[in-house]
Each structure stands twice: as C-alpha cells, then as structure tokens.
Design a protein around this ligand. Structure first.
Ligand SMILES: Cc1cc2nc3c(=O)[nH]c(=O)nc-3n(C[C@H](O)[C@H](O)[C@H](O)COP(=O)(O)OP(=O)(O)OC[C@H]3O[C@@H](n4cnc5c(N)ncnc54)[C@H](O)[C@@H]3O)c2cc1C
Length: 471
C-alpha cells in the first residue's frame, strides 16, 4: 500500500471535526496510524478502565475510517521512546510525504512529538501540526502582560472574548478516499497487566455513543444544568468526559451544539447552557496551566510552598478511603461508585478529595494516582487540576481553611439519600438524618464502619498544618 499522507491519531479518536484528518484528506491519499504504548500508559499511571475504553474507541475509529476508504495501521511500541523509529519506518514503507497530527500538551507527549518531528524531517517528510484537542491552544489566552492566567474567572472572560464566528463554523468532514471499503484491522486486546472493572456497556467506544449522549443531554438536562449538576442522584450532567478525554468527541462539537441550543449565544440565554460552557472552559484552563507551568507535570504542587507539606502516612486510613470504608456515607458511596463504574460525579470528586487531603491529611498525590488507576475519563490535566484545587495547592484553588464537611455535603447534595442507598446498600434501611451520620442511629447494629476520623478536630488539624506551611 502506498499513500502520500500519514495521519497519526492520538487522543483525537474521531473522523468528524478532526483538523489533521480533514486537512490531510484534501491533500492526497491518506493512511491512518495509532501507536499503542502499554508501557507508557503504565508509567503514566493510566489504569485498565481507561485503556480498555481507549481500545474500544480505536476499534470504532478503524471501522469508521474503513468506510471512508482509509486504512488504520496500529503500531505496538511499549513506550514513547520507540515511537519515532516505528513511525519513521512506517512512513518510509508507505512512501508518505507528510505526517499530520493534532498537538498534545503534556510534557512527555511534547518530548515524543519533538523526537518524531526530528526523525521524519531528517527523511524529508514534512510535519503538519494542528491544535484540535482544545478550542483555544495553550499560549493563546494570555493576560495583558502576555503571561498565562493563574486565576480562572479572568481566563474565562478572555477565552469567551476570543471566540469568533470561525470557531463556531462547522469544519469540513474528511474527503472519502477513492479506494473501496477497507476492512478494519485487528485492534490489540487489553494486555494482561491492565484490569478493567467498569462494565463495557456503560462506556461504549466510538463517536456515535458520544453524539447520542450529547444530544440527549442537550434535549433533557442542559437547561437545568446550573441547578442540578451538583446532585449525584440525578442525571444532571452529560457524562461525556470519557469521550472528551480520548477525543471521540471534540470540545468544538460540544461548544457548537450547546451554542446552537442556546439560540447562538455563548454567554447569557439559558443559565444551564452558560454554566456548561464554563465547565468546558475549566477543561481548557487546566490544559493551559499544565502547558505553561511544567513543574505540575513533574509531581510538584503548583504552589511550591506546599511541596513539602507534612502529610501523614497512614496506610490503613488510605485503604479505607480507597475501598469506601471511611464511615462517612457520601464519601463511601462515591468511592464505591468509582470502583463499580470507573466514573465519579464531579461534586463527589471534590468531596472525597477534600476528605483525603484535609480530614485525613494524606498526600493528594495518592488520590490523584488512585483516580488515574480507576477512572474511564482519567486525564492528567483535569485530574491534577482537580486534585490540586481540592488540596489547596493549585491554581485558583479552594482556600485551605474552606473545608467541606462530608455530612453537610451529604445532607445538601443527597438529601433523600438515593445516591447513598444505591452504592452503600448496608445503610438502605436508615432514614432521615441517620443515613448521613449512621453512628447516631439507634437500633440494631449495622454492618458499617465507625467514622475513621472526627471531622471537627481533623479540620482544625489541617488548617493548622496549612497555616504553618503558608508562613
Ligand atoms: C479531584 C478531581 C479529579 C478530576 N479528574 C478528572 C479526570 O481525570 N478527567 C476529567 O475529564 N475530569 C476530571 N475532573 C473534572 C470533573 O469532575 C469531570 O470532568 C466531570 O465530573 C465529568 O462529568 P461530565 O462529563 O458529566 O461533566 P459535565 O458536567 O457534563 O461537563 C462537561 C465536560 O466539561 C469538562 N469538565 C467539567 N468539569 C470540569 C472540571 N472541574 N475540570 C476540568 N474539566 C471539567 C469535562 O470534560 C466534562 O466532560 C476531576 C475533578 C476533580 C475535583
């Protein structure tokens, strides 16, 4: 097989609204390639749920490309270090003139892309790079002084001002190739080192399920999003995060659809729509932060003064948190939702993260790693951003003295206990206030742990430690 254009798919596993693919298909005959790097995924702490979902999306991509007359090659390279040579060899074998890809912004990905660019350019192969996993590329939304934003609200304002009609115009679909339908290639099965626990039926791969979810969300939930998004028992959010994380849907597609639903308005109009757009901007904000402040990609706190905070070391409490046995029903229900489904509601991510970092005073990096291990939507920038926000070590983070109380959060955001009963069945018989604080319940003893920490004392302990560190 010969081709002039090689499109390298990464976390942009879609055919529609895909800049590199659309442009390449206008230039010549296209072959696609995906590099599966299990060793690198392991080094990045990515767990089986996310990898299994990723492979389902690659399989769907291969099928969709086949219908366009485009073959998808799969390179199995253990780590990024092997990718430049593997791509060079494939490019030479196919005789391509250009390699096309959409940029990725994490540090190791940028280093890999630099090495690939050098290896292919040395062979006279041109590199065509686009910014397409975000709506605004890192480095393009800056303060008046030309520096990256570290506070979300002015970033959001500037981001919204920067959006023009061109950003809201649909992108051309890829031009089908002359060849007949190409059968899909076998996609690697999940390597043994990964264990996937999330039911496949919850997270089907490919563009079609993402588009369906988007449509359903816009029809039934977006107008109430601003009021309902904090209640985990409701179907109040889009649950699109896994597809956004692997690029089976683009943030532009989400923005177009919600703006169309909001009578063409980016801001104003439906409060639910405006709030949802704000969440898409949070996703961009954390990508900009990650790209501008390299130390966050190296395991450091964004605020360096908190780098050596005296976190406690308590393996038993850490295990209780991971396994949903803390004695706090909402925390436990959330951790069990994560274990059972590979996903957790945003409000609960904040609740369990604060509980770990503040009430238990355990290092946020333990939580970040556990989430990456189980989440179907595991994404370095958003995960690191969310954890550092909760731990008060990040950009525009929660102030260290504002600590969620897990019982108050429970009463407020799961008032009838529907979510708790669903994930902590041993509490199902409790009613009213006891469901949120079962140690206060009278009656037969429950098969449920006593609280592993007392909230008031642990809150004061955290505030003292943070105050001393802040100096
Ligand atoms: C501790 C912690 C860890 C997190 N880890 C991840 C992660 O690994 N991957 C991930 O995609 N999100 C992460 N988030 C952000 C957020 O919780 C999820 O994006 C959201 O719950 C996904 O549900 P949804 O698709 O229904 O979101 P919706 O409410 O429908 O929002 C639409 C999209 O906007 C983006 N988004 C929403 N909220 C945020 C946010 N706070 N930060 C960044 N992007 C956001 C997501 O892509 C989401 O799919 C984390 C948040 C916290 C507090």
């Amino acid at each position: 097989m010969r081709a002039s254009e090689l499109v390298w798919f990464r976390n942009d596993l879609r055919c529609r609204d895909q800049a590199a693919l659309a442009q390449a298909s206008e230039r010549g005959s296209v072959v696609g390639v995906y590099c599966f790097c299990p060793g690198q995924l392991t080094a990045h702490g990515v767990g089986g749920n996310r990898v299994a979902f990723l492979l389902r999306c690659v399989a769907e991509l291969s099928r969709e490309l086949g219908q366009l007359g485009i073959a998808l090659k799969i390179i199995e390279a253990d780590t990024f270090a092997e990718v430049p040579e593997a791509l060079r060899a494939l490019a030479l074998e196919l005789g391509v003139r250009r390699l096309w890809f959409n940029a990725e912004y994490p540090l190791n990905e940028r280093r890999r892309d630099g090495a690939v660019t050098a290896a292919l350019q040395a062979e006279g192969i041109a590199i065509e790079r686009f910014d397409d996993t975000v709506i605004r590329a890192p480095g393009t939304v800056l303060t008046q002084a030309g520096t990256p934003y570290t506070v979300f609200t002015p970033f959001r304002r500037r981001w919204l001002e920067s959006i023009g009609p061109g950003d809201l115009a649909p992108r051309l679909p890829p031009r089908p190739q002359a060849g007949p339908d190409i059968p899909s290639v076998p996609v690697p099965s999940l390597p043994e080192r990964f264990v996937a626990t999330a039911p496949e039926a919850l997270w089907p791969g490919g563009e079609a399920p993402a588009q369906e979810r988007l449509e359903r969300f816009l029809e039934s939930a977006v107008d109430g999003y601003d009021k309902q998004r904090d209640f985990p028992a409701l179907d109040g959010t889009s649950t699109l995060s896994p597809w956004l994380a692997v690029g089976a849907i683009s943030p532009r597609q989400c923005l177009h659809a919600v703006v169309a639903r909001n009578d063409g308005r980016l801001d104003g109009g439906s409060r639910g729509a405006a709030t949802w757009i704000t969440e898409l901007i949070w996703r961009e904000f954390y990508r900009h932060v990650m790209a501008a402040f390299v130390h966050v990609s190296k395991g450091h706190a964004f605020r360096r003064e908190y780098d050596d905070l005296p976190w406690r070391d308590d393996p038993a409490q850490l295990a209780a948190w991971r396994e949903g046995r803390t004695g706090y029903p909402l925390v436990d229900a959330a951790m069990r939702q994560l274990a059972a489904t590979g996903w957790m509601h945003n409000r609960l991510r904040m609740v369990v993260a604060m509980f770990l970092c503040k009430n238990l005073l355990l290092d946020w990096r333990h939580g970040e790693a556990h989430f990456m291990d189980l989440l179907v939507d595991g994404d370095f920038a958003s995960n690191n951003g969310g954890w550092q926000w909760s731990a008060s070590t990040g950009t525009d983070a929660a102030p260290y003295f504002r600590i969620f109380n897990p019982v108050t959060q429970s009463r407020r955001f799961d008032p009838d206990g529907h979510f708790i009963r669903c994930h902590v069945p041993e509490l199902a018989a409790l009613e009213g206030a006891s469901l949120h604080a079962p140690w206060k319940a009278r009656g037969p003893s429950l098969d449920y742990p006593e609280p592993i920490v007392e909230t008031s004392a642990s809150r004061l302990r955290a505030i003292e430690v943070f105050r001393a560190q802040a100096g």
